[in-house]
Design a protein around this ligand. Sequence first.
Ligand SMILES: O=C(O)[C@H](O)[C@@H](O)[C@H](O)[C@H](O)COP(=O)(O)O
Length: 259
Amino acid sequence: MTGVPTVIVHRDAELLAQAVAARLITRLVDTQAARGSAHLVLTGGTVGIATLAALAGTAARDAIDWRALDIWWGDERFLPTGHPERNETGARQALLDHVDVDPARVHPMPGPDSGMTAEEAADAYAVELAKAARPEDHGPVPSFDVLLLGMGPDGHVASLFPGQPAVYEEERPVVAVHGSPKPPPTRVSLTFPALRAAREIWVVAAGEEKAQAVRMALSDAGPFQVPAAGARGRQRTLFLLDRAAAHKIPPSLGRIASP
Ligand SMILES: O=C(O)[C@H](O)[C@@H](O)[C@H](O)[C@H](O)COP(=O)(O)O
């Protein structure tokens, strides 16, 4: 784990989504200018999808070279392709159906309609990640330029739930998750080793019900109990919050970015 997270607080959930969308445009444009292409990891959840919708609604989205972008998911609900509860479906409806992505560079996690079990889907995703990794990357996954994470009131990120076997995985980059406390029970998730390959991790959270988990994630809580406490990027970690989610952290920690 590297560095202390930077905390940025916006007025409310709507402005937070707009601000994260604007930040994504800048970051992806800068990365593509420097390296030609970029790797972005998406999240499900309310703020995650609201951010993608905000991005789709911003004219500046055209500054991104959508065809030079690999899109991955941090986790997926193990449901058939097109199911309304899949994180992929939400991302496609909010953003991906409205921009000129290269279909070959959009990497959804397989669902049960692939004929695979959740374990096989996790292994297949690990193979796909390994194919995209370059020798200069730190292990069998690409160095994600931005990895977006929503966070649950229990401090979970991706489908890494407190105390569940997936949080203890130190080898495999992707695992199957059974018995998730948030429905649906079966999921596929990146693990801590894969998350920590990211150059930047942006934890995005809004709402009073997240305030306690935000405080714990920024304290010295252990990642097995509060998985968001273990989500740290190699170069930078941002906690992008609305005021309600930020109100339990010491004022010294948060930078208020919106009046
Ligand atoms: O499949 C999912 O649900 C997610 O990927 C999950 O990790 C989500 O991001 C958080 O639970 C926050 O979700 P909310 O923003 O809806 O609270």
